[in-house]
Design a protein around this ligand. Sequence first.
Ligand SMILES: *Cc1c(COP(=O)(O)O)cnc(C)c1O
Length: 373
Amino acid sequence: MEKSVPNLVIPPELKPKDLRFGSGPSKIRATQLAALVASNPGYLGTSHRQKTVRDVVKSLREGLSQLFNLPEGYEVVIGNGGTTAFWDAAIFSLMKDNAQFLSFGEFSNKFAVAAKAAPFLKNIDIIKSEPGDAPDYKPSDEFDVYASAHNETSTGVMKEVKRPSNKGLHLIDATSAAGGAMVDPKEFDVYYFAPQKSFGSDGGFFTALMSPQAIERIAEIKTSGRWIPPFLDLSIALENSRLQQTYNTPALATIHMFENQVSWFNQQGGLAWSSNKSKQSSDHLYNWAIDREFTKPFVERPELRSNVVAVIDFIESIDAIQISNILRANGIVDTDSYRKFGKNQIRIGVFPSVELSDVQALTNCIDWIVGNL
Ligand SMILES: *Cc1c(COP(=O)(O)O)cnc(C)c1O
């Protein structure tokens, strides 16, 4: 049976202006929505193969190249299905025989398990660590792919992107990190994500920043004769991306809001600006948690604490689920810990759209709840 939520009404003056703290889907700024509304009529409800939409896609792809400072020869590949679809596409179009995976939470583990099940791959080596920590690669010449997440969203662990070896492609799941954390493109071959986290848009769309080596690998596997379902064939995604379109119909609103966010980041000062915005918010949360008797950061090693998703442990005598439920009853949503985890903690998404003043208001609200329980 669900426990009942104590009827605590948080004083309105304590509450954040924006009440969304989810780790994805996450806050969408009013400006993004206003721009979408202003594009009507003309954009929504028109063909994705025509200039109006393709110009927005072009601006999105160029804006991402600028934001991530992509070296010559890197390309922005887009398609439908979000990150989970991209995992399968990567298995078909980027992995030859043997791959090593770092698994340190739900998301990084899902990709590793999916690859392990692919009948055409040989050795899938999975290196695991306990939740809240992150493992290291053990490079070996046999691997043609290394795969990790930049930010493990389920645990709030962020692992710096560093190439394990000069041989083998380096694939990084940046679904929650991209836009909220610094990265050097020379350290990856594929940095892929979906726009419902730092980019404050909707899900169901994937973006992959690819090095020339990754693009070569796609061609090499394609010519090898492996059967690849067209929807998951990255050579088809690449061909369409170069024409500023997707293989099949995309959600046009998603693309518009995504483009708006990338332009905003670039206008404000690029990735250094957007990632610093997240860092200020997460620093506030970790410092708050350390200062209180009843909380502490879940991730023990400070260098692994995420910029964008802060997970905070509560002492046993306080039920974190109850805290999240009381916040939700007051309109403050999605502070719950990762659903399958079952730990006594909250998880706060502090992507660049979230204002530091709102994060400060959130911790004030939690202090108030704990004081009034
Ligand atoms: C959210 C998330 C995913 C899942 O993304 P979908 O677009 O829902 O498939 C995968 N990996 C990480 C690290 C995520 O944060």
